[in-house]
Design a protein around this ligand. Structure first.
Ligand code: CIR
Length: 265
């Protein structure tokens, strides 16, 4: 019986030189191009080490944030969804994913109403469906978009739950991520909101909130190098904790989940 994170395949997009101009919620300096390239390459290598076959797409210089492929799309064994990302500079990214999604998936659904970023969708195991998809409302995902996306997810067999996210958070998955089949990692305010009732909730250690977006792939759990207490906390959930440098990509608000589309083929 495969687990929800037993992915076989992934799609990533290599950074172009424009990546250093990526959006960042808190302002701050540009990352170095060399640093982003090295950290992105380390991430792709970690996906391959975890056992995934990774397709690397060419850079899109006109879209500095295009390495974050899981904002304009979501993928599942059952099919793919092209989204309408909520940042105006990112709205055009989806058209550069359409062809590759059609080449890899029999079903490709498209969102037509409102805005939603894939970073606002956290899928957890669910006894009653293929998965319970929490859709966070944020500055990128509006209620019209969340409800439209919920209908598309339901077409693919997932149960959609629209939830509020703490106001200072970029995306739902900036503050939460899947650890194992029963366990979700969440920052204290998101844990306190009660949306994850029924799952075991691990709270991100105080001061390490920036690390809340970890990525479970098969028997590996990718964790940022700046979060040692978090790495300790996550040891013991059936996965090898793989610590990855992310100081440069973090300057443009990168998380580990948003830099790939992953699915079990
Ligand atoms: C953005 O602001 O859109 C990018 N600089 C970062 C997106 C990160 N994606 C995510 O958290 N899902």
């Amino acid at each position: 019986m495969s687990r929800i994170f037993d992915f076989t395949d992934a799609i990533v997009r290599r950074p172009g030189s424009s990546v250093v101009k990526g959006l960042r919620a808190g302002g701050g300096d540009d990352p170095t191009l060399a640093g982003v390239l090295a950290e992105h390459a380390g991430y792709v290598a970690a996906l391959r080490s975890a056992g995934l076959t990774v397709q690397e797409l060419d850079p899109l210089e006109d879209f500095p944030d295009a390495i974050f492929v899981e904002d304009p799309a979501l993928v599942f064994t059952e099919g793919a969804i092209l989204l309408r990302p909520g940042a105006p500079s990112r709205e055009g990214e989806g058209q550069f994913l359409r062809a590759v999604l059609h080449s890899r998936f029999e079903r490709v659904l498209e969102q037509t109403d409102g805005y939603a970023d894939g970073g606002d969708v956290l899928v957890m195991p669910d006894a009653l469906s293929s998965g319970r998809a929490f859709i966070g409302l944020s500055a990128r995902t509006d209620r019209t978009g969340a409800e439209a996306l919920g209908r598309l997810l339901e077409e693919l067999g997932y149960r959609a739950v629209v939830a509020e996210t703490p106001p200072e958070v970029l995306h739902l998955k900036t503050a939460s991520s899947l650890v194992d089949e029963e366990t979700v990692l969440a920052t204290a305010p998101l844990a306190a909101s009660g949306i994850f009732a029924g799952y075991r909730v691990l709270e991100v250690p105080t001061g390490e909130e920036g690390g809340a977006n970890v990525l479970r792939v098969r028997d590996c759990l990718l964790v940022g190098a700046s979060y040692p207490r978090l790495a300790d906390l996550l040891d013991g959930y059936g996965a090898e904790v793989v610590v990855l440098p992310n100081a440069e990509i973090a300057k443009i608000d990168a998380g580990f989940t948003c830099m790939s589309l992953r699915w079990r083929a």
